[in-house]
Design a protein around this ligand. Structure first.
Ligand SMILES: C[S@@+](CC[C@H](N)C(=O)[O-])C[C@H]1O[C@@H](n2cnc3c(N)ncnc32)[C@H](O)[C@@H]1O
Length: 218
């Protein structure tokens, strides 16, 4: 794996700007994940962001910005691509267990390799399938997605994954008021949180949503 240790000071600065304190092991693992992503990306085109320094901001910082807002411990990441944000969150927080779902074979293969290389096998698993067909057992505290679908389509496709008391957590760019207005009856927005993503000019938002089946244990 190529060495991205020269990005360690930038990672450190970004974590400090977001007010995140991570164990040293997590810092090393995040850079190792990034190195693996950069290496696979040269052959398999997993992301349009090609420069590791840009990946640090657009993928790692953007995923980590929601870390303080993740409810519970069991996470399903829908349309995770190369593991964003789910695997990044799992690397940052050892108490999280992640089911990472993507229908694309090369994305799933990359994620499985990242899980193997980074020793996440006890807490993370990959399902290569359309989310609509995944039997999650209704057991996830958080169902998250980034760059997957509109909010109405996201909640419609993943409702069956939520545990009682669970929440959807979507990462968005601009505040998606049009999508919020189109949410189905019985699904409501609990919070729209502006996120601080260091070195990113664009304003990002975390949208936290709940619904009738998610009320009981809240
Ligand atoms: C734009 S990418 C975003 C990837 C990643 N979340 C990120 O932020 O970089 C959307 C991903 O959703 C996956 N996808 C699209 N429809 C899906 C579905 N119904 N079920 C599971 N995955 C799906 C695609 O294969 C693709 O990898």
């Amino acid at each position: 794996m190529s060495d991205l240790s020269h990005l360690a000071p930038d990672l450190e600065r970004g974590l400090a700007a977001m007010g995140l304190e991570l164990p040293a092991r997590a810092r090393d693992d995040l850079l190792a994940y990034l190195a693996l992503l950069a290496r696979w990306n040269r052959s398999y085109n997993l992301t349009a962001v090609r420069e590791p320094a840009q990946m640090l901001v657009r993928h790692l910082f953007d995923s980590l910005a929601v870390l303080p807002h993740v409810p519970g411990h069991r996470i399903a990441d829908v349309g995770a691509g190369p593991g964003l944000p789910g695997l990044v969150l799992a690397l940052a927080r050892p108490d999280l267990a992640v089911l990472s779902i993507d229908s694309n074979g090369k994305m799933a293969r990359f994620q499985r390799e990242a899980i193997r290389v980074l020793g996440l096998g006890e807490r993370c698993r990959v399902e290569q399938a359309r989310v609509e067909a995944v039997d999650g057992g209704g057991g996830f505290d958080t169902v998250t997605s980034r760059a997957f679908a509109s909010l109405p389509d996201f909640v419609a496709a993943s409702r069956h994954l939520l545990a009682p008391g669970g929440r959807w957590l979507a990462l968005k760019g601009r505040r998606p008021d049009d999508e919020i207005a189109a949410l189905p009856d019985g699904v409501w927005v609990e919070a729209v949180l502006p996120l601080h993503v260091p070195d990113l000019a664009e304003q990002r938002h975390a949208i936290i949503m709940a619904g009738p089946s998610t009320e009981t244990a809240a």
